[in-house]
Design a protein around this ligand. Structure first.
Ligand SMILES: Nc1ncnc2c1ncn2[C@@H]1O[C@H](COP(=O)(O)OP(=O)(O)O)[C@@H](O)[C@H]1O
Ligand SMILES: [Mg+2]
Length: 494
């Protein structure tokens, strides 16, 4: 049963302790190790519906006898991230009480349920140790880094929490000026500040749980590198410790850690061969896709729409999703080898895949209601006018209508978000209420076979579980308070 109110500040309930310990582990779709034609081991990140984005994995990582052997790694005495309990595991510590840091277990970058992902992170750590440092992405809006393996190949994108636009070490002076001179216009008031890295990992979690396969796998990881932006104090401390360690080892060995402090951030697998959606969308305007490719693209597009709508992404410009398109294969079915006038129907169907990146500005705790509406930019594309397909309906509807499934999704997000030192339970519940409202609308749209444009025109609302129904009461009698925002954004056209 749903109760209607006109107030968007519905009282927040509390999750039961059993819910906190219940969450399932985030990853269920590990990549596989496959040999490439050159004989090197590659990690295939199982991604985008059958598309495999290949990330060259430092082959020496697991090879015995090499200087980067895993055994040697574990015996290494230098500054190294402890491993053993990362965000892929259940949290053991209580949620209440002082939370001095993001993860005080002292162990991180360990994903027991996803050894391949762990292997990629390890490859990055080994590369950093070998002076192959992450490189800042200069076009990025804050501190984002291309992380490489020991061969210098980019294998991930790392976004440290403290270099986000609201982070204390954001390296972009333009952002700093903006925050200083124009605080009321800075950032998005509907988002929890400085939790972009959680939003990135949360988007990947939602993507995986729903089987959308459009977000490159993203998890929370800790990395240190001298190319990251550190305060002068942190750098001086690290230098001093290093000097002491070198000169007076008997004292130095008592240090917990030598070197720059690791930063917590989102770590997203890098996908190869993709270009900004904007680039290909312009090309598709002039050069129509073959029918079956267009259909495939429509299905992938719907998945991006679903993801963005559920997580209420406020930053889905056409530069924040990528398309991989291999227009035509060389193989020709033409009987005449000199025939250069082949049409689309005379070549193999081109391959197309999409990747929804840059998901750091999602999971708002209220619908945008101040200056800007932060629309989904895909809503202006011709694909957005096409009704949702049977394929997407079959993929999602039975799960979205299942209270237990949605509750599990919320529990998994709670497990992820609660690691942040700024975690606030009532705010989290508001984030979940927005997401449940979005899911409610999406179910309606799928059932009625509306189009994405019609979906985004539906009135937005929040669905907050009533306090007395908190806990894992999974009956259909679970009920919610439905609230509509009292205000609408000033500029709803932008
Ligand atoms: N997972 C990824 N795989 C491939 N390229 C990526 C990936 N993530 C980011 N990029 C590239 O880096 C650019 C900046 O990344 P983005 O996540 O949009 O950062 P920002 O938050 O700074 O805008 C993107 O436009 C894209 O070209
Ligand atoms: Mg971007």
């Amino acid at each position: 049963m749903i109760e209607f109110t006109d107030d968007d500040s519905a009282s927040s309930g509390a999750f039961t302790p059993s819910e906190l310990g219940h969450s399932s582990v985030i990853n269920t779709r590990p990549p596989t190790l496959v040999p490439n034609p050159q004989g090197a081991t590659e990690m295939t990140a199982d991604f985008v519906n059958g598309d495999t984005s290949r990330v060259t994995f430092a082959p020496q990582t697991y090879s015995s006898g090499h200087k980067h052997d895993k055994e040697l790694y574990s015996n290494h005495k230098g500054p190294r991230s402890p491993r053993g309990s990362g965000h892929g595991t259940k949290e053991k510590s209580p949620l209440l009480g002082p939370r001095p840091d993001v993860d005080q277990s002292g162990l991180w970058n360990s994903f027991p349920d996803d050894p391949q992902f762990e292997g990629i992170v390890l490859a990055c750590e080994l590369a950093i140790e070998d002076n192959v440092f992450p490189e800042r992405i200069y076009q990025g809006s804050s501190g984002s880094y291309f992380v490489k393996n020991i061969e210098g190949k980019i294998i991930a994108v790392f976004k440290p929490k403290d270099e986000e636009p609201y982070g204390k070490l954001n390296p972009k002076w333009t952002k700093w000026m903006h925050k200083l001179c124009c605080p009321c216009c800075f950032g998005r008031s509907c988002l929890v500040p400085n939790q972009g890295y959680l939003s990135e990992a949360g988007a990947s979690l939602v993507d995986e749980k729903l089987g959308l396969n459009v977000v490159p796998k993203t998890k929370v990881v800790r990395l240190a590198s001298e190319t990251f932006n550190y305060s002068a104090i942190d750098r001086a401390k690290a230098r001093t410790k290093r000097n002491i360690y070198n000169r007076v080892p008997i004292v130095g060995k008592h240090f917990n850690r030598i070197g720059l402090p690791p930063k917590t951030g989102s770590f997203q697998l890098f996908v190869n061969g993709y270009k900004d959606a904007d680039y290909w969308l312009r090309r598709f305007d002039n050069e129509a896709l073959p029918e079956s490719t267009a259909k495939r693209f429509q299905h992938l597009f719907e998945r991006v729409v679903v993801l963005d709508y559920i997580i209420r992404n406020t930053d889905r410009g056409n530069d924040n999703w990528l398309i991989k398109y291999e227009p035509a294969t060389t193989k020709s079915v033409s009987s005449n080898p000199n025939d250069e006038e082949e049409g689309w129907d005379m070549v193999d169907n081109p391959e197309i895949s999409v990747a929804a990146i840059d998901n750091g500005l999602a999971f708002p705790y209220k619908h945008p209601d101040e200056w800007r509406a932060y629309p989904y930019h895909w809503a202006w594309l011709p694909q957005a006018k096409v009704p949702f397909s049977k394929e997407i309906k079959d993929l999602l509807l039975h799960n979205l209508e299942d209270n237990n499934f949605v509750q599990d999704l919320c529990d998994d997000l709670l497990e992820l978000f609660s690691h942040d030192k700024g975690f606030d339970r009532p705010t989290f519940e508001k984030q979940i209420a927005v997401m449940r409202g979005q899911i409610y609308n999406l179910i309606e749209a799928l059932k009625k076979q509306l189009s994405p444009v019609e979906l985004v025109k539906m009135p937005v609302h929040t669905l907050q579980r009533r306090r007395h129904t908190m806990g894992r009461t999974r009956a259909d009698s679970d009920n919610f308070t439905r609230s509509f925002p009292r205000r609408t954004p000033f500029f709803s056209w932008c």
